[in-house]
Ligand binder design. Structure first.
Ligand code: UT7
Length: 318
């Protein structure tokens, strides 16, 4: 996570908001905002998270044969964040690319790697979720500025003969509603190009309330699909690690699945919504806090821009 903490009190001096409103409506108390002066670019954050993951897995970067990064905020339009991180890690034996799937980016990336492992295309892979949303947030828009933040998380996936690991992945998209959450300008969409160099800034826009309702419904549906696919019931899930967008969305999901909040991991109060980074960051914290027990089933599930949403069920094998 970036070093700089921006509290709700700090947000009160940036936009017309209150600690009380942010806490009550979203569950967020503070978030982390990155700075390139402290080597906290998207590439920097992803590299640090990847080094931590490789260290924990006891694997050298040269062992990696595939790297996929879920992000909507790579440092450059091209090359991919994955290729830039590959250089930093010295992971010369991997092929590397990014996945753009909004807040579901990490889960989409995980699914690509899982299938590549299953068909024998790779043995040892790195999956990263990283976001520098502070670079696309409209800092005058209180409805989004208080929610979004920066961070990175990474996991190492290995082909193993024994059962367990990633049981299944379930990916969904609905492009008909892309305009509920999008970046107003950027990449090749420059409608004012003939007006010369007077480019409008690249801002994120969200219809929060519509997204909110869809998020609870879609997260619940895709979670049920994942459970049914594996012949599991809600009570078989030891821990849900959901996307951290709003504590009320997480509570709605838990209620629909009839899973008590004690079996749902949350850290949104500390980090806000870091899009594709929320799940790997949360998985890492849950793991280090000893909440992921060997042999237990974990449900991870996310929803975001695209619209995209996804779920996976894991059996923790460590
Ligand atoms: O990561 C995946 C995608 N993102 C999400 O899943 C986020 C989904 N949406 C949400 O989390 C919630 O919709 C929000 C937290 C964004 C907003 O909560 P809400 O309960 O849906 O509030 P609202 O948008 O209906 O706004 C209620 C009021 C409005 O005022 P009026 O029109 O009722 O007078 C807003 O102008 O709250 C106002 N408001 C604020 N007030 C203080 C909006 N943002 C703020 C703010 N501080 N930061």
């Amino acid at each position: 996570m970036p070093e700089r903490v921006l509290s709700n009190k700090d947000m009160e001096s940036i936009v017309d908001t209150t600690d009380e409103w942010i806490t009550r409506r979203s569950g967020i108390k503070e978030r982390r905002i990155s700075s390139t002066r402290r080597d906290e670019s998207t590439t920097d954050m992803a590299t640090k998270a990847s080094l931590d993951a490789l260290k924990m897995a006891g694997i050298s970067a040269e062992k990696l044969d595939m790297m996929v990064i879920g992000t909507v905020t790579p440092d450059r339009q091209f090359p991919s964040a994955a290729c830039m991180v590959q250089k930093e890690l010295g992971a010369g034996n991997a092929f590397a690319f990014d996945v753009s799937a909004g807040c579901a980016g990490f889960l989409y990336a995980l699914a690509m790697v899982n299938n590549a492992v299953k068909c024998g295309m790779c043995q040892t892979a790195l999956v990263v979720g990283v976001e520098r949303l502070s670079s696309v947030v409209n800092w005058h828009d209180r409805s989004t500025a208080v929610l979004l933040a920066d961070g990175a998380g990474a996991v190492v996936i290995q082909a193993k003969p024994e059962k367990g690991g990633i049981l299944s992945t379930h990916l969904k998209s609905d492009g008909t509603a892309w305009d509920l959450l999008y970046a107003s300008y950027g990449n090749s969409f420059t409608p004012d190009i003939l007006q010369g160099l007077d480019q409008k800034p690249f801002f994120l826009k969200m219809e929060g309330n519509k997204i909110f309702k869809r998020a609870i419904r879609c997260l619940s549906e895709v979670s049920r699909e994942a459970l049914e696919h594996n012949s599991l019931e809600s009570e078989d899930i030891a821990l849900v690690v959901p996307h951290q967008a709003n504590i009320r969305i997480i509570q709605g999901l838990a209620s629909n699945l009839e899973i008590p909040m004690e079996r749902v991991f949350t850290n949104i109060h500390k980090y806000g919504n870091t899009s594709s980074a929320t799940i790997p960051i949360a998985l890492n914290e849950a793991n280090r806090e000893g909440r992921l027990k060997k042999g237990s089933h974990v449900l991870i599930v996310s929803f975001g821009a695209g619209l995209t949403w996804a779920a996976a069920i894991l059996t923790w094998t460590m």
